[in-house]
Design a protein around this ligand. Structure first.
Ligand code: UD1
Ligand code: UDP
Length: 391
């Protein structure tokens, strides 16, 4: 079976990296990889880390790209590629413009689509925007739907979609498990990564921040910046914020937050470095999808700067809190979480509601038509115990 995996952004590469590796070693599958380059710099960092050599690199990113411009370039370029490669199946991931366009182009050529990380929903097309629409679209045209959790599978069942649904766990836990093993085994590597942040002293509290959601551009980002500037008034915290390369993020963040002594704006970190920062963090403040899955598995307190999430499991377990994008709520929640005692950075793949590190193995077996036992999470461990609350 000739399988073409198509992806183009940082989170897709992190979550497809271990799968592509597994597929390359699966007899009966001829695995090819196409990267669209939707994220040029942030994608290349991850490709190097997972040792992925793309068979096709479309290099489509342009600075400050519009969604329609990117989408048009993706559909026409992928159409030509599909005509040339003639894959038996296209595999896409998640909810990006790359995933949606790759699925659309495959549908138009009547090539079956497999969707990794199917079925996540907020129920609100505006949040996350445009990702909720992208994900729903890909699910509609896919005949193999790899749902990470039982609740994602239930979303698909409720929509009565035609494809075959399998609960596999999320491949992000496979990626995280491999990365943590590497960090655990290599003291020198950890020291090298830590040396990049000489200002992070023992005893001070690290608040790790990421933020890039399009629905927060404008007022939402202004609020996030004001809350961070106020938090930086505390003399017991260090804030590290790897700033996403989108100019609509870079602009307000550097304009509002440059020049504060304990607020460190840094470039996007490669995955090893970012996992190490999550391990060291007292609190993780984010609007990212992937970080909502990873940080609880590392025992970290996670505050999510969104009104709704398509990843309800860790919220229900009490390990993640939605704090919205209001200045007061962000500030109050981060302050409460900073005042709570530091948790040990324990990684237990069996404690995560999102996966057990075997998602790639299940997906590879399912692609070959072999029987697959669904992922079922174990009971939550103490590392998933509730985050401190502001009230
Ligand atoms: C995209 C995805 C979002 C995903 C996020 C992960 C869509 C609609 N959005 O949003 O779902 O959560 O990636 O980060 O697919 N840029 C660079 N270098 C890079 C990456 C981005 O310079 O390596 C800049 C470019 O100017 C680019 C801009 O960021 O035009 C926006 O990138 P784009 O992929 O369109 O949107 P994201 O906000 O990153
Ligand atoms: N990440 C990273 N370096 C960073 C920030 C994030 O490697 O500086 C990783 C993070 O661990 C997660 C993924 O990137 O796996 C999340 O990407 P992003 O927030 O861009 O997208 P989303 O998950 O919201 O789609």
């Amino acid at each position: 079976m000739k399988l073409l995996s198509v992806f183009g952004t940082r989170p897709e590469a992190i979550k497809m990296g271990p799968l592509v590796h597994a597929l390359a070693h699966t007899p009966g599958i001829e695995s090819q990889v196409c990267i669209t380059g939707q994220h040029r710099a942030m994608l290349d960092q991850v490709m190097d880390l997972f040792g992925i050599r793309p068979d096709h690199d479309l290099d489509l990113m342009v600075s400050n790209q519009t969604l329609n411009g990117l989408c048009a370039r993706l559909v026409s370029t992928l159409d030509e590629l599909y005509a040339r490669v003639q894959p038996d199946r296209v595999l896409v991931h998640g909810d990006t413009t790359t995933a949606m366009a790759a699925a659309l182009a495959a549908f138009h050529r009547r090539i079956p689509v497999g969707h990794v990380e199917a079925g996540l929903r907020t129920g609100d097309l505006q949040r996350p925007w445009p990702e909720e629409m992208n994900r729903r679209f890909v699910d509609v045209v896919s005949d193999l739907l790899f749902a990470p959790t039982a609740s994602a599978a239930a979303n698909l069942a409720a929509e009565n979609l035609g494809g075959r649904v399998l609960v596999t766990g999320n491949t992000v836990i496979d990626a995280l498990a491999q990365t943590v093993r590497r960090l655990d085994a290599d003291l020198g590597l950890r020291a090298l990564l830590d040396a990049q942040f000489p200002y992070l002293a023992e005893g001070r509290k690290l608040v790790l921040v990421t933020g890039h959601r399009r629905e927060s551009f404008g007022q939402g980002f202004e609020n996030i910046c004001r809350a961070l500037a106020a938090l930086a008034q505390r003399d017991d915290v260090d804030i590290v914020y790897p700033v996403h390369l989108n100019p609509n993020v870079q602009g307000p963040v550097y304009a509002h937050l440059g020049g504060l002594a304990n607020l460190h704006l840094v470039p996007p970190q490669d995955y090893l470095g970012f996992v190490r920062l999550m391990q060291r963090a007292h609190v993780v403040l984010t609007d990212s999808g992937g970080v909502q899955e990873e940080a609880p598995a590392l025992g970290r307190r996670v505050l999510v700067m969104r009104e709704v999430t398509e990843r309800p499991e860790a919220v229900e377990a009490g390990a993640v809190r939605l704090v919205g994008t209001g200045v007061d709520s962000i500030l109050a929640e981060v302050a409460a979480a900073c005042d709570a005692p530091l948790r040990p950075a324990a990684f237990d793949p069996h404690a995560s509601p999102y996966g057990d590190g075997r998602a790639c193995e299940r997906i590879a077996a399912a692609l070959l038509g072999q029987p697959v036992a669904a992922f079922a999470p174990a009971a939550p461990s103490p590392s998933l115990s509730p985050v401190a609350t502001a009230c």
